[in-house]
Write a protein that binds this ligand. Structure first.
Ligand code: NAD
Length: 443
């Protein structure tokens, strides 16, 4: 099939590359010329394991083309995926300007019928808005071609996006038109060879499903974070509680980890947008409001622990910070807990030496030059002269550090672990003072 994907971010690029990999001819459009230049020169603008090989292979074979030429992109694909950003607007609603701009650009140029597939996360009713926007343009152009808009929310996870895309748990398709649903079945059939995981539903339900899924995942995280605070007060260990709970198949083990709060480009904005949508519909989503409040507080928890240990004035203190990305295996810094922690430590006068295996360049862009903040290229270098180590992201390379070296290099052998990577008893035996999340004795 001939496919166009609008937007070459985490979702658009993975979608385009994976559809090309199974034999489709894909044009990926982005309005960011730098991004397109990088892709045309064989460089990925994002860090995503396994993606570069697929991009290079398919670009080389001529099945994957990158362009900023809207005319070319609209002329190419009978199926046009929209995979542009939908950030939170000021009032918390999803900002649809990029989605509607993409739809408008397609309608202004299309000469034949087009199937519009919306992959961006968008509020219920957006497919109707896209259809109306495009129909108005087509009418004004006197263009008889028609559009059909389907919803195909994306569930991939940054860090394992390629695997998630080629081996999906499910593919949700919202289509009010059987022919459109059939096209989507054909498109995804190569990924469904051992089991059909395509779920067709009405468009509004598909749009809602994406928010419902993210809201549920965010709820699990905030639930565990809140229980972790209580576990500390009660002298219980949230890690043992987690194992005891998660083995119940009705609960399951995923997304039950206490930590420094959820971040990233999806959960914060999607929970906010759903709360906003509900309010507009005259309903308060009280659970999700609590989820947000718990998460905001959780992003402060490591700072609270540091202040409890070193005092509120951190002038003259230096901290090594491991992990800047909002989670491992990505360079995405959007809403990362590290940003809150860095702001607050700097505001209290501390110096920070921060390291991340892949997100340093993004961090430099997002944080800019800050007095007191040093971004360093090696985990060990961050430790030099630091009063304590603060672990914010659970990168694999942090899981088994050289503890003796760590204890010898830090000015004081103190570790604040926002991801519960180690056993408190082991750390104690190693002579390290260990502050984790929800583990045992109160501060
Ligand atoms: P992103 O910010 O990484 O990329 C969006 C890209 O779209 C940018 O390169 C931007 O330049 C481009 N763009 C914007 N408007 C354009 C236009 N009119 N024409 C051409 N290009 C345009 O975004 P993302 O993280 O890939 O997310 C895209 C959507 O998918 C969002 O709605 C997001 O909520 C959703 N989503 C994201 C993830 C994720 O893990 N990142 C997972 C599932 C769903």
């Amino acid at each position: 099939m001939k496919i166009t994907v609008v937007g070459t971010g985490y979702v658009g690029l993975v979608t385009g590359a994976c559809f090309a990999e199974i034999g489709n001819h894909v044009v990926c459009l982005d309005r960011d010329q730098e991004r397109i230049d990088a892709l045309q020169n064989g460089h990925l603008p994002i860090h995503e394991p396994g993606l570069l090989d697929i991009v290079l292979r398919n670009a080389h074979s001529g099945r994957l083309l990158f362009t900023s030429d809207v005319n070319l992109a609209v002329a190419h694909g009978r199926v046009q995926f929209i995979a542009v950003g939908t950030p939170a607007g000021e009032d918390g609603s999803a900002d649809l300007q990029h989605v509607l701009a993409a739809a408008q650009a397609i309608a202004e140029r299309m000469q034949e019928d087009r199937l519009i597939v919306n992959k961006s996360t968008v509020p219920v009713g957006t497919a109707d808005r896209v259809r109306e926007t495009m129909a108005a343009v087509l009418r004004a152009r006197g263009q008889p071609a028609s559009v059909c808009v389907v919803s195909n929310p994306e569930f991939l996870k940054e860090g394992s996006a390629v695997q998630d895309f080629v081996r999906p748990d499910r593919v949700v398709v919202g289509a009010d038109d059987e022919q459109a649903a059939q096209s989507m079945r054909q498109l995804y059939a190569p990924f469904m060879r051992n089991r059909d995981r395509l779920i067709v539903m009405d468009v509004r339900s598909a749009e809602f499903t994406k928010y419902a899924a993210n809201a549920m995942l965010a709820t699990r995280i905030s639930f565990m974070n809140e229980l972790a605070l209580l576990a500390e007060k009660l002298g219980a260990d949230i890690e043992q509680v987690r194992t005891g709970m998660g083995t119940d198949p009705r609960i399951g083990t995923h997304f039950l980890y206490a930590g420094t709060g959820y971040g990233g480009s999806c959960f914060p904005k999607d929970v906010k947008a759903l709360v906003h949508t509900a309010r507009e519909a005259g309903q308060e989503l009280s659970i999700l409001q609590a989820v947000q409040a718990v998460n905001d507080r959780q992003k402060q928890v490591l700072v609270d622990k540091i202040v409890a240990r070193f005092g509120s004035d951190l002038q003259g203190r230096r901290f090594a910070l491991w992990g800047l990305a909002f989670k491992p295996d990505t360079d995405d810094m959007r809403e990362a807990p590290s940003l809150t922690i860095i702001e607050q430590l700097l505001a209290r006068g501390a110096e920070i030496a921060a390291y991340d295996p892949v997100a340093l360049a993004q961090a430099r862009l997002v944080l800019g030059e800050r007095p007191g903040l040093h971004l360093v290229g090696q985990a060990d270098a961050a430790l030099e002269g630091a009063d304590a180590l603060v672990i914010v992201t659970e990168w694999k390379e942090f899981r088994s550090p050289d503890f003796a070296h760590l204890a010898a290099t830090l000015r004081q052998p103190v570790v604040f672990d926002g991801r519960n990577l180690f056993e408190p008893a082991d750390m104690q035996a190693l002579g390290l003072e260990y502050h984790a999340i929800g583990r045992g004795a109160p501060l």
